[in-house]
Design a protein around this ligand. Structure first.
Ligand SMILES: Nc1ncnc2c1ncn2[C@@H]1O[C@H](COP(=O)(O)OP(=O)(O)O)[C@@H](O)[C@H]1O
Ligand SMILES: [Mg+2]
Length: 136
């Protein structure tokens, strides 16, 4: 694991989604995840950064390594000050989209990670946190 334990990255353009993917891939590899889990984490991050860009225009992604006595993992936070999600439970349903999307981003990110929380306030913004734990 490298010295850098956490960081943040602004999401403001389509290109930032690509850069965020690369950043998350490097962090996941550094944390010790295998190829399958790296791909899961990168895919989840891709959906959640895209949601920032598409649904809130801009925001920030934060990442940090998690380390306790028994567990090691990676936490990713996606925060924006967009319009927010009126009904989070509905938004979590597969196929639900208020845009032209497939509506698989949020349910996909949940399936691909170990923990996911969505906090959203209409008119204030949305924060999504996902965690993936390393299993030996
Ligand atoms: N960051 C966000 N800000 C506002 N609304 C969001 C955000 N992320 C998701 N949503 C809402 O949740 C819905 C479902 O998201 P998702 O499953 O990724 O599907 P899609 O992006 O294809 O529409 C979106 O259509 C949108 O209404
Ligand atoms: Mg989406």
């Amino acid at each position: 694991m490298n010295d850098l334990q956490q960081g943040e990255f602004p999401i403001e353009s389509e290109n930032d989604i690509v850069s965020a993917r690369r950043l998350v891939r490097n962090a996941a590899v550094a944390a010790g995840f295998g190829l399958t889990d790296v791909t899961r984490i990168v895919t989840a991050a891709s959906e959640l950064t895209r949601n920032i860009y598409v649904h809130a225009k801009s925001g920030v992604m934060r990442w940090r390594f998690l380390k306790s006595e028994s567990k090691v993992g990676l936490e990713l936070t996606f925060e924006d000050s967009g319009l927010g999600i009126p009904n989070v439970a509905k938004a979590m349903e597969a196929g639900y989209s208020t845009g032209n999307g497939l509506g698989m981003g949020l349910p996909g990110a949940k399936r691909l990670t170990d923990e996911m929380t969505v906090h959203s306030e209409v008119g204030k913004g949305t924060t999504v946190v996902v965690r993936k734990w390393l299993t030996k």
